[in-house]
Design a binder for this molecule. Structure first.
Ligand code: AMP
Length: 345
């Protein structure tokens, strides 16, 4: 068995919560570090509620754990520097740096031979016109940092005014995709990888609505998708679970973005696989052998967003349906409150 007993998790949202539950099943315990509300705190060994600028709190947190992981990639560099001087961070800093910044991310992906949407650096509003001339319309302007669930994005139509995001951005060419898929892959410290089947993702208003497995894509596309995810994981010398979102196009797969953590589009694995993405991540960061990624059921995962919570009583009565609720207080519009996994085959 590994020497790792206590895992530190940066971020206390639903992903941290489900990681913590998975760790407890393996006899491990989690210490959550979260500046705000922490739904993960309800199920964790310890919670530190402090800002990322609180050096004493960071130090105490790091000393209390054997390894540090994260469920949230926008942790300030100064906090990471301090933590890393005390305990290892898995996945590594390079994976974080690459995925924190869309410009770095796309450049990295192109450098390892993968296709992204055409893009241009737009450091300020003055650079926007030149970028549009280069990339064309329609296109999407996205902030380089801190964007998630479609936030920090401005669509630039065929004609008309182009709004500014208010922060350094990249302009991406609009991809006419036939489907959006994602691969969730785990990589251990010894380089072993285990991929889950690609899922078909449907977004509404920039937020993931459903993930369906099998994805309905031809085997060739699924194989390509898994190979792309493995190439990224190897190139980053990655340890943990990685989510890779891709667009399917007639010309092949285009990588949209990578998430250096468990991913919403991998929640279906809780009902579809013996070892789900949360346990896989814990196994990887705790230097335990990975489980296989084999799928034993067809699953549709649906996010419960905002007042979808009103449907919970009915969902609890539905057959072959797993209900996961995150224990968050208020069901605000656009807020992910839980998800359901419907087993369909
Ligand atoms: P993102 O925050 O980059 O994952 O974008 C959120 C969603 O916007 C994606 O899942 C797509 O549905 C859509 N989207 C993002 N980038 C593009 C693009 N370059 N072309 C077409 N659709 C996009």
């Amino acid at each position: 068995m590994s020497e790792i007993r206590t895992i530190g998790i940066l971020g206390g949202g639903q992903l941290g919560r489900m990681l913590s539950v998975a760790a407890s099943r393996l006899g491990l315990r989690c210490h959550i570090f979260e500046p705000g509300a922490a739904p993960a705190g309800d199920v964790a060994w310890r919670v530190t509620n402090a800002p990322y600028e609180d050096e004493a709190a960071l130090r105490e947190f790091a000393l209390s754990v054997d390894v540090i992981t994260y469920e949230f990639e926008n942790v300030p560099t100064s906090a990471l520097d301090l933590l890393e001087s005390i305990r290892p961070i898995r996945p590594n800093r390079r994976a974080l740096a690459v995925s924190q910044d869309r410009l770095t991310e796309k450049t990295f992906l192109n450098d390892i031979g993968l296709t992204t949407a055409p893009f241009a650096d737009v450091p300020d509003q003055a650079a926007l016109e030149g970028a549009i001339a280069q990339i064309g319309r329609p296109s999407i302007l996205k902030t380089r940092r801190m964007g998630y669930d479609g936030k920090g994005q401005v669509r630039i139509g065929k004609d008309g005014q182009a709004d500014w995001t208010g922060a350094p951005s990249v302009l991406e060419g609009f991809v006419a995709f036939t489907a959006e898929i994602s691969v969730i892959i785990a990589r251990g410290a010894d380089g072993q990888v285990a991929a889950f089947d690609p899922g078909l993702n449907v977004h509404e208003g920039g937020i993931l609505r459903t993930t369906t497995v099998p994805s309905g894509q031809p085997a060739r596309v699924s194989t390509d998708a898994v190979l792309i995810a493995a190439r990224i994981a190897n190139a980053l010398d990655y340890v943990g679970v990685l989510g890779v979102e891709m667009f399917v196009t007639p010309q092949g797969l285009i990588v949209n973005e990578i998430a250096p953590r468990v991913h919403n589009s991998g929640h279906w694995t809780q009902a579809g696989c013996a070892v789900d993405q949360f346990e896989q991540h814990i196994r990887a960061v705790a230097s335990l052998p990975l489980g296989d990624g084999k799928r034993h059921a067809d699953v549709v995962m649906e996010n419960l967003i905002g007042d979808d919570m009103d449907r919970v009583p009915d969902l609890l009565r539905a057959p072959r349906t797993q209900v996961h609720l995150y224990g968050k207080g208020e069901a605000r519009p656009g807020r992910k409150m839980g998800h359901v996994n419907r087993i369909s085959g």
